[in-house]
Design a protein around this ligand. Structure first.
Ligand SMILES: Nc1ncnc2c1ncn2[C@@H]1O[C@H](COP(=O)(O)OP(=O)(O)OP(=O)(O)O)[C@@H](O)[C@H]1O
Ligand SMILES: [Mg+2]
Length: 338
């Protein structure tokens, strides 16, 4: 029997409410949307939705929609026919077909490009799609569970996400509380990760944290949520000088070092107070736009005109990046002189 591998730790009201909602929604044969800041446990909740559903003994297939460029994502999800494109010698089934009768977890869904969104809409609505290069409809029975850390209604307003797809997906939405909204769970999670790490290191016992460390853990804001807490605790445990004494010191930022490379980024330039305009007033909007255009063109060149890569270099989603290309009418192709 397949079961979720992970334990769920936490007993704060906000977390228990989410677990309850997950258990109820799991039973329904409807799409589900899991939303939450990074590291809040979206993937764990998606697994729970599957393993508590009547489909628990069928496939649970995952697909990270941010991991692949547009054309590859489409073929991963929907498969292709033989000869659909160069290199496609044999017919290949996509993740939808692999997930038939089970669930398909679409992670980082907000990154799915419009062409893929269109096909998703149809398969969720009618259970049918065509493999790339095919004309014969393929029918599947798949429950879609999607996750994102973006605000999809805002992306819809900005034109980066289809409103009709959001309507279909958002039959019910599970929004995970960030760790700072469930302080009751912090020490429980910290103990859990520390005990696990200690046993991984072959130690018999975990001696706990000092009061001052507990206080620091409780007061910290946890921008990276549970993943950040897990990393921090595991790091503290493996670095313990004396594994029999409680942890009295904890390092929140693993990047702190006298040898840390200096900052050369835009943030550095933007916050450089010596770089004041020679003359006021300035046209802030025009300056900001010129700056954006310059960086977009630099990123495109650096990424060899691969748009997904360029978007990543700029810390943008593919759709945000496409939006800027449209806004500034920038050609994403290499400019040739011929
Ligand atoms: N309630 C919990 N109890 C124990 N471990 C948890 C809990 N919630 C999350 N974790 C752990 O925290 C880490 C992050 O969880 P997960 O990968 O599900 O988050 P996520 O929201 O999908 O993150 P991202 O946005 O970065 O993809 C994982 O190691 C997971 O096992
Ligand atoms: Mg995740």
């Amino acid at each position: 029997m397949v079961r979720p591998k992970q334990e769920f730790i936490g007993s704060s009201p906000a977390f228990l409410e989410v677990l309850e909602q997950t258990s109820q929604l799991a039973l329904l044969n409807r799409s589900a949307l899991v939303i939450g800041e990074r590291g809040t446990g979206k993937e764990l909740i998606a697994e729970r939705l599957h393993f508590l559903s009547p489909r628990w003994d069928q496939a649970f297939i995952k697909m990270d929609c941010a991991a692949l460029p547009e054309s590859l994502l489409e073929s991963e999800l929907f498969g292709h026919e033989a000869g659909a494109f160069t290199g496609a010698q044999k017919m290949r089934r996509g993740r939808f077909e692999q997930a038939d009768h089970g669930s398909l977890f679409l992670d980082e869904l907000s990154n799915a490009p419009m062409t893929v969104q269109e096909k998703l809409l149809r398969v969720i609505e009618y259970g049918t799609f065509e493999r790339i290069g095919g004309s014969r409809p393929v029918n599947v029975d798949v429950r879609v569970i999607a996750a994102t850390n973006q605000d999809l209604p805002t992306l819809v307003e900005q034109g980066f996400f289809r409103a009709d797809l959001l309507d279909r997906l958002a039959f019910d939405v599970i929004t995970l509380p960030p760790l700072r909204a469930r302080r009751e769970d912090i020490l429980q999670l910290a103990d859990h990760f520390a005990v696990k790490m200690s046993s991984e290191l072959g130690r018999d016992l975990f001696p706990g944290f000092s009061n001052s460390v507990e206080q620091q853990l409780l007061e910290y804001q946890w921008p990276g949520n549970i993943r950040e807490l897990k990393n921090l605790i595991e790091r503290a445990v493996y670095r313990m000088q004396d594994p029999e004494q409680p942890i009295t010191d904890i390092q929140f930022d693993p990047f702190i070092s006298p040898w840390r490379p200096a900052m050369h980024s835009a943030t550095a330039a933007a916050t450089d107070s010596t770089d004041a305009p020679a003359e006021w007033p300035i046209d802030l909007q025009a300056e900001a736009q010129a700056y954006e255009i310059k960086r977009i063109e630099q990123a495109l060149a650096k990424a060899h005109y691969h748009q997904n890569e360029a978007a990543k270099l700029l810390g943008l989603s593919y759709h945000q990046f496409r939006g800027l290309l449209r806004k500034y009418d920038i050609s994403p192709k290499r400019q040739s002189n011929s």
